[in-house]
Design a protein around this ligand. Structure first.
Ligand code: NAD
Ligand code: UD1
Length: 338
């Protein structure tokens, strides 16, 4: 089965491509390399034994997409491509709406022309805003506090309206909680450009000596130890969640929404301790002011995905931290340029 994977060279997309290849699917990667490097392809090939088909292109380029749909008999699209840095989205809202919203509309339009009616979209737990309670269920109210989050919410709404008007389509919105970890081989992982925004890559860079200390954003939240609590999910579990979505609802008409999380919350300090244990390195940290826009705690109720997709996150916090460390210590500067 040919599946178009937009953004397949990125962190989550590359891990998903490996799991697809292992399960006999054929990913066709479409990515403009804005936030990824061509060497990702070498690593996918090294790990899976297959070099995936790669087309360098932008999802806002309808002609380029039309050509891909004309060339391959594509059954479904997994749509990862987009911009994802919250802080940057506040500085550059137009770029975020153009890439994430306009880009998705162009993609859906090209799919419609080609008669491809199945899409899995990368959404985020950010669409729940500051939830009134945890764990979070799929029918909780949604809201946005920054342009990145709003772009995800707008796309969810556009896709919902589109599916209503086109009931023979299958559209799945996967709301990821906090993806961390790496492929267990240590060949693939998260490779942020510049200073990492997210906790795990920052901690890993402190452990490997690239950064002096971690700033812990807030020590006075009403949580178990005063630091923020999140639902960290291994990227391999997340990758498997996409396969489960394709297999169970990818050809079932309707709009399908699932939380992809573990159902457990860990604090920043628990993550630091777990990482120190996995790496054998000290992770120096300082507690500083809260980061504007952060919430105290956020974790999923993943029961719906378990029931309907027959999917459940199975990898432990130890695996998340050990795999991240293997990737970071083998590739202290991330992927090579060539
Ligand atoms: P990533 O930046 O590693 O991967 C995204 C890929 O999309 C990159 O390879 C980039 O080059 C490509 N891309 C960006 N704009 C494009 C365009 N216009 N045309 C073609 N390719 C384009 O990000 P990721 O962490 O793998 O995230 C994948 C998706 O999941 C994103 O949509 C992101 O918003 C969403 N998401 C990520 C997280 C997270 O913590 N990583 C959490 C929730 C949701
Ligand atoms: C962030 C984004 C969210 C996005 C998610 C996954 C913000 C406000 N939210 O969420 O939209 O969907 O990433 O990409 O950016 N922390 C530190 N020090 C750091 C980094 C993080 O203490 O240097 C803390 C945070 O305060 C938080 C936890 O670690 O409590 C996790 O942070 P992060 O990895 O940035 O994820 P989220 O804040 O959940």
């Amino acid at each position: 089965m040919f599946v178009l994977v937009t953004g397949g060279m990125g962190y989550i997309g590359s891990h998903t491509c490996i799991q697809m290849i292992e399960s006999g699917m054929t990913p066709i990667i479409f990515d403009n390399l804005y936030n990824s490097k061509p060497t990702v392809l070498d690593r996918i090939e090294k790990v899976s034994g297959v070099r995936p088909i790669f087309i360098e292109g932008d999802i806002r380029d309808k002609q380029a997409l039309a050509q891909v749909f004309a060339q391959y008999d594509i059954q479904s699209v997994i749509h990862f491509a987009g911009l994802k840095a919250v802080g940057e989205s506040v500085e550059k809202p137009l770029e975020y709406y153009d890439n994430n919203v306009h880009g998705t509309l162009v993609l859906v339009d090209a799919m419609r022309d080609a008669g491809v009616k199945s899409m899995v979209f990368s959404s985020s737990a950010t669409v729940y805003g500051d939830p009134a309670s945890v764990p979070i269920l799929e029918d909780f109210p949604t809201s946005a506090t920054n342009p990145y989050g709003r772009s995800k919410l707008i796309v969810e709404e556009c896709l919902t309206d589109f599916q209503k008007a086109n009931p023979d389509w299958s559209i799945t919105l996967l709301r990821y909680f906090n993806p961390v970890g790496s492929h267990p081989s240590g060949e693939l992982g998260e490779d942020p450009q510049g200073i990492p925004n997210n906790l795990m890559p920052f901690v890993a860079q402190v452990a490997v000596g690239r950064r002096e200390f971690l700033s812990v954003f807030g020590g006075d939240y009403p949580t178990k130890d005063g630091t923020g609590v999140r639902d960290y999910i291994h990227v391999m579990d997340l990758a498997d969640g996409h396969l489960a979505a394709l297999n169970h609802v990818g050809s079932k008409q309707g709009l399908h929404i699932y939380n992809l999380g573990t159902g457990k919350g860990n604090s920043v300090l628990e993550m630091v301790v777990a990482f120190e244990k996995a790496s054998g390195q000290k992770v120096a940290y300082k507690i500083v002011d809260r980061r504007p826009g952060d919430i105290a705690e956020c974790w999923a109720n993943p029961a719906k995905a378990e029931q309907e997709l027959k999917w459940k996150a199975s990898r432990s916090l130890e695996q998340m931290t050990e795999d991240t460390w293997r990737w970071q210590s083998n590739n202290p500067l991330g992927y090579p340029q060539s």
